[in-house]
Write a protein that binds this ligand. Structure first.
Ligand code: ATP
Ligand code: MG
Length: 477
């Protein structure tokens, strides 16, 4: 063992690990702490206050070791998963997972693994990545000794993502590992080693046997990284993105006509996503960035007078949002509606730039965006990706002006979370009608009158207006 690669076990957990080692000694089994925990200590990113899951592997019965550890710790909280040969002990807010070392292989067209007992190395070689296959011995005699048969520590140092064994075999056994390889590369800013990357390119189509729930969990971790474009570039180039999000892949490409070119909307989208990521950790605002131009390809037109246009891509993108969310296994509740709204409205603020724009248009946008107006402005600012500094500055100044307008109108008219001061009952009473389409029509008229500034946002004035509407109808009759 290279002395330089030896790192001390965090002292917060030393007593716990010694207890586990002792329990293992008594059972005459070897025991190791393994996986993400060890990796994160080497990376110096283990936050002991934040750590909840720790994985242990033992040569022998994981269930038996778990039971014996629980006894020593005085924990009554043991859950046994007999079918998987694993057990979980809860202790002081930690989830301790125990498993017996296994040899495992999946049959090609079945998710059902063939499992046999194995050695520590057998267990390590069926893990996804070398950096996730590190372990420390916990038995008294060898306490703290690193077991690193696949040079994971070296890969951590060199910032390399690689599978412990032939990558095609690793990915064949569980194709989700291809997503995990990209996810860890993205989170850690590592490079995927060539042979591993070529294997992903070759086997990307095998992702089809993986459930959308497992895929989206990895994808969202990529979306939440510091600079998501890095992970998405890997997803694109590996062919993985195509497997579950072809609409995004189709954003790629540039057309030229009469010497006019439009920007590549895939790279533009990633830039917008990075821009949002730089100012917000909100996963759903990041999804709005991913989705904002998603419907550009089918709305693309060229005309001599207008050049390249994408009319209606905002509305069509909003229409696609539930469909894409459902297929990806993303939620269909208010979070989807939020993304859908931002996609639908993402061109609206820029339309408010001109000085001639009436307060009416501003009121309508505030009403439609509601409490999400600030997020909408964040998205719109992120959408400025021109390489020309002068242009960027000009657009930013424009947004400053729009934001000012919004603030002024907001203050004056209190339109955010607006509700109509006139109720359906008011209308039915004044017009002497039963519920029916007329009620909605009159309500809309009042809303328009308020938004257009014809009357103030005030119940008395609106009621007077309602009486006048009735009078006008009476005259026409
Ligand atoms: P994090 O918790 O930060 O996502 P982690 O490495 O702890 O990272 P987990 O999903 O908690 O990831 O898995 C724990 C360990 O189990 C991993 O470090 C790895 O050794 C192993 N592992 C997890 N998923 C797989 C898989 N699909 N194939 C092979 N090994 C896996
Ligand atoms: Mg974990």
């Amino acid at each position: 063992m290279d002395k330089n690669t030896q790192i001390d076990i965090p002292q917060q957990h030393t007593t716990l690990f010694k207890t586990i080692g002792k329990a293992a000694d008594e059972l005459d089994q070897s025991a190791y702490v393994v996986g993400g925990y060890v990796r994160d200590v080497y990376l110096g990113r283990l936050d002991t206050d934040d750590t909840t899951d720790i994985d242990f592997v033992t040569i022998g019965s994981g269930i038996q070791l778990a039971k014996s550890v629980a006894k020593k710790l005085g924990s009554k909280d043991v859950t046994v998963f007999k079918k998987f040969g694993t057990a979980q002990v809860k202790h002081n807010g930690l989830d301790l997972e125990f498993v017996g070392a296994r040899k495992e292989s999946y049959r090609r067209d079945s998710r059902k693994p063939i499992v046999e007992n194995g050695t520590l190395k057998d267990d390590q070689l069926r893990r996804d990545l070398t950096i996730n296959a590190l372990s420390w011995s916990l038995n008294e005699e060898t306490f703290g000794l690193l077991q690193d048969p696949f040079h994971g520590v070296q890969d951590l140092k060199n910032k390399i993502i690689r599978t412990p064994i032939d990558p095609e075999k690793t990915f064949e056994d569980d194709p989700l590992r291809m997503m995990r390889a990209v996810r860890f590369a993205a989170q850690l800013k590592f490079t995927i080693e060539d042979e591993t990357f070529s294997a992903i390119q070759k086997m990307a189509h095998r992702l089809s046997i993986i459930s959308k729930e497992r895929i989206i969990e990895e994808l969202n971790k990529i979306v939440l990284t510091h600079k998501p474009s890095y992970g998405f570039e890997l997803l694109l180039k590996s062919g993985l993105l195509e497997q579950f999000f072809p609409e995004m892949v189709k954003l790629q490409g540039v057309d030229v006509k009469n010497g006019q070119r439009h920007k590549d909307n895939f790279w533009h989208t990633l830039k917008v996503l990075d821009n949002v990521a730089a100012v917000s950790d909100n996963l759903w605002l990041r999804w709005a960035a991913i989705m904002h131009d998603i419907a550009k390809p089918p709305t693309k037109r060229f005309s001599k007078s207008a050049g390249w246009t994408f009319h209606g891509h905002d509305a069509l993108g909003a229409k696609w949002t539930p469909k894409i969310f459902r297929r990806l296994g993303l939620p269909l509740d208010d979070r989807m509606k939020y993304v859908q709204k931002l996609v639908r409205l993402h061109l609206r603020p820029i339309a408010l730039v001109s000085d001639e724009v009436s307060d009416s248009a501003v009121r309508r946008l505030i009403y439609e965006a509601g409490d999400d107006i600030e997020d909408l402005m964040t998205l719109c600012r992120a959408d400025i990706t021109s390489k020309n500094e002068w242009r960027v500055q000009k657009y930013r100044n424009n947004f400053d002006r729009v934001e000012k307008k919004i603030k002024t109108v907001e203050k004056k008219d209190k339109i955010r979370n607006w509700t109509n001061p006139i109720s359906g009952e008011d209308i039915m009473e004044v017009f002497d009608v039963k519920p029916g389409p007329i009620v909605g029509k009159v309500k809309d008229k009042i809303k328009n009158a308020i938004f257009d500034g014809e009357i103030p946002n005030d119940r008395d004035e609106a009621y007077q207006y309602l009486l006048k509407l009735k009078e006008d109808v009476g005259e026409k009759e």
